[in-house]
Structure formats: structure tokens, C-alpha cells
Ligand binder design. Structure first.
Ligand code: APR
Length: 176
């Protein structure tokens, strides 16, 4: 299973996988950080589908996941998920963060998307401490890989900074 889970430093918009996951907001209106990078790299088709999702189902509640085209990127789909805004850790943020990873992986599985790339959800603008987020994220992804090993060829965490990569590596060593 360990070869199914990969940690690397890089730009998620440059990954050649079936699906990349976007750290979006509930309104799917785009923003800064990885959201901006994905919209820029994927082009207007992505925001057009986000607009349709917004009008049809009101957007993407925290912890849930929706899917759009990958647009001009070398991916089949973008899975958008809205992470929790950090508020001290006692307001359900850990459970919401786990739901982001679980629901994104479930959506990929349902659509036969076998290679998935995640950014470090909620640890930028939304202020979630990277160390705690890493442990939750890795535990959740590992649990999904153990539950459905046949559904995924590779799940990778694409960390933007070397520091974040080091933090995720330490968290993975801790949880084994
Ligand atoms: N590739 C991979 N990771 C990236 C990239 C990229 N091109 N650009 C930024 N990141 C990293 C950040 O360094 C951070 O570690 O993604 C992680 C998530 O940070 P944010 O993008 O700020 O996302 P988040 O903290 O979940 O906040 C979401 O910010 O951009 C807005 O519209 C978005 O409202 C939403 C909020």
C-alpha cells in the first residue's frame, strides 16, 4: 500500500494524474492559493462548470466534494472540496478536514479516477496548522486506500513548499 501513497514537492497543476483536488471555498467562486493556480492553468471551462454547480446546487458545503472538467490541464477532472477554516480545533474542523479527503477519494473512486493528487487542504488561507492537518489527511487517505485498494493506483500529496513536504513526511513516519 505504501507505493500507492506518494508525497512530493511541486505544483499540483503540473501533475499528470486522473484527478487533481482543489482547495476551494463553499461558493466555488475561485480565490487565491491553489484555487487560483488551478483556475489559471485549467482555463474558463472550470469556472463555467463551477458557476453551473453554484446555480444548480448552491456550491460545495464544507467537507463535501464536487467535480468539474480539468479544462486545459493534463487531467481528466478537478475535484473541488471546501476545507474548514481553522478556529482553534474545537469547532469540528478536524472532522470536516477528514471529510474533504474521504469525499474527494470517494468521488474519484465512483468515477474510475485511479490516480489522485491532493494539495494540503486548509493549511493556507484557512489557517489550519500544517502538522495537525497532515496527520488527519494521511490517516484518512490511508484508511480509504486500505478500504478500496483495488480502486486506486496512486494517491499523491503535492506539497508546495519543502517545509510542508518535511512536515508531511514526519507525520507519515509517526502514523506508520
Ligand atoms: N500546487 C500545490 N499546492 C499549492 C499551490 C500549487 N500550485 N498553490 C498553493 N498551494 C498550497 C499552499 O501553499 C497551501 O499549502 O495549497 C495549500 C492550501 O492553501 P490555500 O490554497 O490557501 O487553500 P486553503 O487554505 O484551503 O484556503 C482555501 O483560499 O484560495 C482561497 O478560494 C480559496 O477560499 C478558498 C481558500
Amino acid at each position: 500500500m505504501s507505493e500507492q501513497l506518494v508525497l512530493l514537492q511541486g505544483d499540483i497543476t503540473e501533475q499528470s494524474v486522473d484527478a487533481i483536488v482543489n482547495a476551494a471555498n463553499e461558493e466555488l467562486v475561485g480565490g487565491g492559493g491553489v484555487d487560483e493556480a488551478i483556475h489559471r492553468a485549467g482555463g474558463p471551462a472550470i469556472s463555467a462548470e463551477c458557476e453551473r454547480l453554484r446555480s444548480q446546487q448552491g456550491g460545495c458545503p464544507t467537507g463535501s466534494a464536487v467535480m468539474t472538467t480539468g479544462g486545459q490541464m493534463n487531467v481528466k477532472a478537478v475535484i473541488h472540496t471546501a476545507g474548514p477554516v481553522w478556529d482553534g480545533g474545537e469547532a469540528g474542523e478536524p472532522e470536516s478536514l477528514e471529510a474533504c479527503y474521504r469525499n474527494s477519494m470517494e468521488l474519484a473512486r465512483r468515477h474510475g479516477l485511479r490516480t489522485v493528487a491532493f494539495p494540503s487542504i486548509s493549511t493556507g488561507v484557512y489557517g489550519y496548522p500544517v502538522n495537525e492537518a497532515a496527520e488527519r489527511a494521511l490517516k484518512t487517505v490511508k484508511a480509504m486506500l486500505a478500504k478500496h485498494p483495488e480502486s486506486y493506483d496512486e494517491v499523491r500529496f503535492v506539497l508546495f513548499s519543502d517545509d510542508d513536504l518535511a512536515t508531511y513526511k514526519k507525520a507519515l513516519d509517526r502514523i506508520g
